[in-house]
Design a protein around this ligand. Structure first.
Ligand SMILES: [Zn+2]
Length: 66
């Protein structure tokens, strides 16, 4: 069985996370592998920072939506 590019470059598993803002308690969906910083819709606190793979989540993850 020959390897194709998908096995040579495995995609990181991605999903949506429900994150609670540590400052205002707002919950919003955050993509697990964001390209940009994700901020709270209410108070603009940073909720997730891109790392090139899975995000660094700054709030509390209350649910994982796959
Ligand atoms: Zn907030």
């Amino acid at each position: 069985m020959s390897a194709d590019w998908e096995t040579l470059i495995p995609k990181p598993k991605s999903c949506f996370l429900r994150v609670r803002c540590p400052d205002c308690g707002n919950e919003q969906l955050v993509y697990s592998n964001p390209v940009n910083v994700i901020r709270c819709n209410i108070c603009k606190t940073t909720l997730a920072s891109p790392t090139g793979g899975k995000a660094k989540i700054s709030g509390e993850i209350t649910a994982i939506m796959e």
